[in-house]
Every structure is written in structure tokens, then in C-alpha cells.
Design a protein around this ligand. Structure first.
Ligand SMILES: [Zn+2]
Length: 484
């Protein structure tokens, strides 16, 4: 057990799901040939003027509302000045004094000491709007060790920055925070959150302090985190590094570190890149944003039910376990699929099993999204109906489902075509039982001698003869009758 308490804060950058960039008409796309979505505005040509994308404000407001932040109804943009080759204007339009949202919190689930799931609130310091920068590539990445190239397609894409308070106390909490935040942003359709494309990016700040000490230790920022795994691994490495320094009586330096995936270590950024003198001042080319109640009401009305609320409702309305509810609300599309399958048919538990186990299992195996499911919700419901009314057994249903998944056809057609319907005709089953009894004198003798297990062998014989189609309850009943 370490003697230091871990303190983690997170900054999250999410590129917003708008059609065009923040201040010009260029398309907001993640993948395109370099410098094909650029114009005088996002390239910062002299004399060009920015015009605010209204949709980006709406998406930002959705986020602010979802996390209960206080909304600044009168807000402005500011210029954050710094020089870097991928920043054509030599300033980034951002917010600092009057950020769109202030405060608020993200509720995360963490395992308590007793192993039970507990809810923890991670405070937010602010949520603000800004624009993304271009992207530079250097040396070997572009096949020339002496060159750098810059792509401005990303310059000016609307960006939302969500800054947390240093409220996380373990790597697990940081992971839960990231997963929760990502899930909410996806539910809100604010961002597609594709980390592999840099559409969602995390930066962590981490410090250690002896347990019981109120004052925070010196914090170190960790950047260059391109995946959840990178965040986890870099935090682990940085905590280890700081622990060693403190254990040997040293002092942690306040600095920015870059995660180096190859060596599995955090490395200090060159000090020149750390100079923080941004000289913010109000952006004179953009008018202040005034958010009135009518606008807020419109945004509120378009808000979807959020994952936590939906999870809760699935438990109370459909009697699902916490575990099932979590799986079925993991994405908005899965939750909507499930509820569409439930429409006009009240068997939430069985349908939840089919969606969570059979359908999601097969979709995952084929790396498919539920939107691309070959089996529609109504088709899945009709399959469950066939089980419930005794037309097919649960075992046969899996066979039918395989075909539905491959061909997208209705269950009833497959059942008819292949003669898979359950046999519930007493005389037919009686005849088969008779044959099985005659063919297995040894099992019959053992059963009569008290060996219960031999009865199962006889049931298995009947099932085999009917290729699993005989009604199991009826087989049990009729076999027992014949054997007595
Ligand atoms: Zn542009």
C-alpha cells in the first residue's frame, strides 16, 4: 500500500459533430487529403472575418445542461495568443473569462471498499468553446527526416473543452470518468468521440500527497494521450515516477510531460514549449453571445434521456438487473433497439437476454454496430413470441436465429420451411417414446432399479429422434407414464 494519495484531474477536448467549422463554411471532416478543407478564414488570411456556427453553441449548451453546469448567458470569445506552425492566425479563438459553463459535475460509478458500486461526483471547473488547431507532422512520419508538413483541415473545427476539478483518487476513477463522459457525449450526439481520429482527446494532471495532508502536491500534466489505454498506462508510469522522487526525499517539478508509448515512460516537454503567456484578450471580430430562455428551452426540449436515467428506468420499468440494464444502455442505439423490440410485446426479461447475449454477441464477433444488425427489432420480438407460445423450443430458436442473422429473414418463415416447429402432438410423441423404450432395455431396467440418471438418457433419446423438436415437458410426462 502506497503512503501517497493519488490526485487526478482531466481536461477533455471533444470535436463537435457539426457539418461545418466553428467560424467558416469549410466542412468538418476528420479524414481527407491534406489542406482540402480550408479557406481564408480558417487559414487566417488578413481581412477575413469569422462568423460563429450556431449549431456549435447548441451542442455545447447540451453538454453544459447534461452536467448541470451554470450557464453564462452572456458570454464572449477571446484570443489565446501563441505561436506555433499549426496555428495560422498565431492565436486560437477560445474562452477564458466568461466560459459557456461553470461548475457542474460528472457522476461516475466506482467500486467501493465493500465491492459495491458507488456513485461519485467529479466536479467540473468549466466547460468552454474553442477552435481546433491544424496538425503538423515531422521527419520520419512523412518520410523525410529534415522536413515538417502542416495540414490545416482540422484548423477551426469546433472544439469543446471540459475541465474537471482534481477530484479523482485512483486510475480506476479516471477510467470511469473518461468512459462516463464519452458515453454522455455520444448520447447527446455532441461528438462522435473517435479517439483513434483525435475527435476526443484527454489530458491528465496528476499529483501525489501523503494521506491526510490537505494541501495538494505539485502537479504534472501529461499530454499526448491517444487512447484510454494510453491514459491508463501513462498515469501508472507517472505515479510510479513521482512516488520514487518523493520516497527518495526529492521534490516533484511542476511541468508538462509527454507520454511516450514506445518506452512506456513520461518524458518532459522541452521547456520552450511550456511557456504559458497567452495574453488573452477579447476577440474583436465576434459579437458577444446572448443566450435567452427561449433558446435554452429549445435546446432542453431536444435533449435525449441520459444514460444514467435510462439505466435506472430499465431497472424499474422492465425489472432488469443492474448488470443487464448497463449493457442495454451502453449506447443509445442499443437501448433504442431494445425498446423497439419490446413495443407491443411484454416480455422484457427474455428480450433483454436475446439482445444482450445472442444479438450483441454475434454483432461483436463481426465487429458490427447494432444499427447494421441484419435482424430488426420486430423480427427479434417475433422470434421470442414463437418461443413463448410453444411453437419452437429455446434451443431450436438459437438455430433459427443463426439463419435470421445470416439472411435477415423472418423467424416464422425459417421455422415453416425447415419444419422446425415443436412437436406437441401427444400421440406422435407417445409413439416415439415407445420406440426409444424398446431400443434401450438397459436404461429402462436401470431406471426401474432407481437410477434417476437413466431417465435423462431416455429423454435424450426422444429429443435426438425429433431433432430437439419435441415439447420437453410433454416428453417427460409421457415417458414417466409409459415406464410406470
Ligand atoms: Zn475555412
Amino acid at each position: 500500500m502506497s503512503k501517497y494519495e493519488i490526485v487526478i484531474g482531466m481536461e477533455v477536448h471533444a470535436e463537435l459533430l457539426t457539418e461545418s467549422k466553428q467560424f467558416c463554411g469549410c466542412a468538418n471532416v476528420a479524414v481527407a487529403p491534406p489542406n482540402t478543407h480550408v479557406c481564408p478564414v480558417c487559414l487566417g488570411f488578413p481581412g477575413s472575418l469569422p462568423v460563429l456556427n450556431e449549431k456549435s453553441v447548441e451542442l455545447s449548451l447540451r453538454t453544459v445542461l447534461a452536467f448541470d453546469s451554470k450557464i453564462n448567458k452572456h458570454t464572449i470569445f477571446e484570443r489565446k495568443n501563441y505561436f506555433y506552425p499549426d496555428l495560422p492566425k498565431a492565436y486560437q479563438i477560445s474562452q477564458r473569462l466568461f466560459t459557456l459553463g461553470e461548475g457542474g459535475c460528472v457522476e461516475i460509478d466506482v467500486a467501493g471498499q465493500d465491492g459495491q458500486v458507488q456513485t461519485k461526483r467529479v466536479g467540473l471547473s468549466d466547460v468552454h468553446m474553442e477552435e481546433d488547431t491544424g496538425k503538423s507532422q515531422h521527419g520520419e512520419a512523412i518520410g523525410d527526416p529534415d522536413s515538417s508538413l502542416v495540414d490545416f483541415n482540422r484548423a477551426g473545427i469546433p472544439l469543446l473543452e471540459i475541465v474537471s476539478a482534481p477530484d479523482m483518487r485512483s486510475i480506476e476513477e479516471a477510467e470511469s470518468y473518461m468512459a462516463t463522459l464519452r458515453q454522455v457525449l455520444l448520447y447527446l450526439e455532441v461528438s462522435d468521440c473517435k479517439m483513434e481520429l483525435g475527435r476526443l482527446r484527454f489530458e491528465a494532471s496528476v499529483s501525489l500527497r501523503p494521506f491526510g495532508q490537505e494541501e495538494y502536491g505539485t502537479r504534472v500534466e501529461v499530454k499526448n494521450l491517444n487512447s484510454m489505454k494510453a491514459v491508463r498506462d501513462s498515469l501508472r508510469a507517472e505515479i510510479e515516477r513521482q512516488t520514487k522522487i518523493l520516497d527518495s526525499g526529492g521534490k516533484v517539478q511542476q511541468q508538462t510531460m509527454l507520454w511516450d508509448e514506445a518506452s512506456g515512460t513520461t518524458q518532459p516537454m522541452r521547456s520552450k514549449e511550456q511557456a504559458h503567456d497567452y495574453r488573452y484578450f477579447p476577440e474583436p471580430d465576434l459579437v458577444p453571445i446572448e443566450i435567452d430562455n427561449a433558446w435554452l428551452d429549445r435546446v432542453r426540449a431536444a435533449m435525449p434521456e441520459l444514460p444514467r436515467a435510462r439505466r435506472q428506468r430499465f431497472q424499474t420499468d422492465y425489472g432488469l438487473s443492474a448488470y443487464d440494464a448497463e449493457i442495454l444502455t451502453s449506447t443509445r442505439d442499443i437501448a433504442s433497439y431494445y425498446e423497439a423490440a419490446l413495443e407491443n410485446y411484454n416480455n422484457p426479461k427474455t428480450i433483454s437476454n436475446w439482445v444482450a447475449n445472442e444479438l450483441l454477441g454475434r454483432l461483436n464477433a463481426e465487429n458490427k454496430d447494432i444499427i447494421a444488425s441484419p435482424v430488426r427489432p420486430t423480427q427479434l420480438r417475433d422470434l421470442v413470441k414463437l418461443i413463448d407460445d410453444g411453437t419452437i423450443s429455446g434451443k431450436i430458436a438459437k438455430e433459427v436465429f443463426d439463419e435470421m442473422f445470416m439472411e435477415g429473414r423472418d423467424a416464422i418463415l425459417i421455422v415453416r420451411e425447415k419444419g422446425l416447429g415443436q412437436i406437441s402432438d401427444t400421440s406422435e410423441i407417445e409413439a416415439i417414446c415407445q420406440r426409444v423404450i424398446e431400443a434401450n432395455p438397459k436404461a429402462v431396467e436401470d431406471y426401474k432399479g432407481g437410477k434417476e440418471r437413466s431417465f435423462a438418457a431416455l429423454v435424450g433419446g426422444v429429443m435426438k429422434e425429433t431433432r430437439g423438436r419435441a415439447n420437453p415437458a410433454l416428453v417427460n410426462e409421457l415417458l414417466k407414464k409409459q415406464l410406470s
